[in-house]
Design a protein around this ligand. Structure first.
Ligand SMILES: CC(C)=CC(=O)SCCNC(=O)CCNC(=O)[C@H](O)C(C)(C)COP(=O)(O)OP(=O)(O)OC[C@H]1O[C@@H](n2cnc3c(N)ncnc32)[C@H](O)[C@@H]1OP(=O)(O)O
Length: 258
């Protein structure tokens, strides 16, 4: 499949999507977001893919939604077409595990897109922020919600109200990113993490992802009940038998994704 704004490849059981609008610091124009959705659809449909990595360039994961494209839009344009919901939420709706590998700027929609992934691995060069307030808008792709859940009210308010950027070390301390690695190791680390996940049972990884995500949408009691149902369901899979048999036999499991 040929795309204009992204590069798509596979390495073993990992699907890799590289945002590729270098002149615009990977600003997320409508075409890019649509291509990203198409690529994710293809990876979700491909039984050989067990995990996905989304990355950008050395300079930018993504500098946000495309300001030049949206600057003349009015209320009716964005409301009637449900700007942001349509297309963007595809990343959050992905059922397979998705890792964001972030170097350079991850601002506005770029930060929001990274947060739609399951976790973020950041290069030391990464800079995160929600500068929408400086443009006369508020975050619209989940920034006020996902960022607040990730790093708490105080720091989320600081970033959203001042529009300032936070570097990788601060983002790790705040809990936004799972780990920080040297820039030259970013893709290697993200691909290695994705390969590790892809070697697990896919349905079980999907259940684990669904269950962790439920923590953001339910009370503790509801979340625990949800987890318990999926935990019980995992015993209905062949992979549970294989995983436990492999442990007892002191060998590596050969999961069949069933
Ligand atoms: C999701 C929703 C609803 C909203 C949003 O995401 S709003 C956008 C939030 N993001 C921002 O406000 C960041 C905007 N960009 C910047 O502040 C700067 O570009 C920078 C700090 C990230 C980098 O500054 P630097 O001086 O290194 O580079 P520039 O010369 O400013 O940029 C290079 C090139 O890229 C174009 N660019 C950058 N960001 C965007 C963007 N978000 N949309 C469209 N185009 C963008 C920039 O205009 C320049 O291109 P030209 O030289 O051709 O103008």
């Amino acid at each position: 499949m040929a795309f204009e704004n992204i590069l798509v490849s596979t390495q073993g059981r990992v699907g890799l999507i590289t945002l590729n609008r270098p002149k615009a610091l990977n600003a997320l124009c409508d075409a890019l977001v649509a291509e990203l959705g198409t690529a994710l659809d293809a990876f979700e449909a491909d039984a050989a893919i067990g995990a996905i990595v989304i990355t950008g360039s050395e300079k930018a994961f993504a500098a946000g939604a495309d300001i030049k494209e949206m600057k003349d839009r009015g209320f009716i344009d964005v409301y009637a077409k449900d700007f942001i919901t349509v297309g963007w939420e595809r990343v959050a709706a992905c059922r397979k595990p998705v890792i964001a590998a972030v170097a350079g700027f991850a601002l506005g929609g770029g930060c929001e897109m990274a947060m739609m992934c399951d976790f973020i691995i950041a290069a030391e060069t990464a800079k995160f922020g929600q500068p929408e307030i400086t443009l006369g808008i508020i975050p619209g792709a989940g920034g006020t919600q996902r960022l607040t859940r990730a790093i708490g009210k105080a720091k989320a308010m600081d970033l959203v109200l001042t529009g300032r950027m936070m570097d990788a070390a601060e983002a790790e301390r705040a809990g936004l990113v799972s780990r920080v690695v040297p820039a030259e190791k970013l893709l290697e680390e993200a691909m290695a993490a994705a390969e590790k996940i892809a070697a697990m049972s896919l349905p079980i990884a999907m259940m684990a992802k669904e269950s962790v995500n439920r923590a953001f949408e339910s009370t503790l009691a509801e979340g625990i009940r949800f987890e318990r149902r999926l935990f019980h369901a995992s015993f209905a899979t062949e992979d549970q038998k294989e995983g436990m048999a492999a442990f007892v036999d002191k060998r590596k499991p050969a999961f069949k994704n069933r």
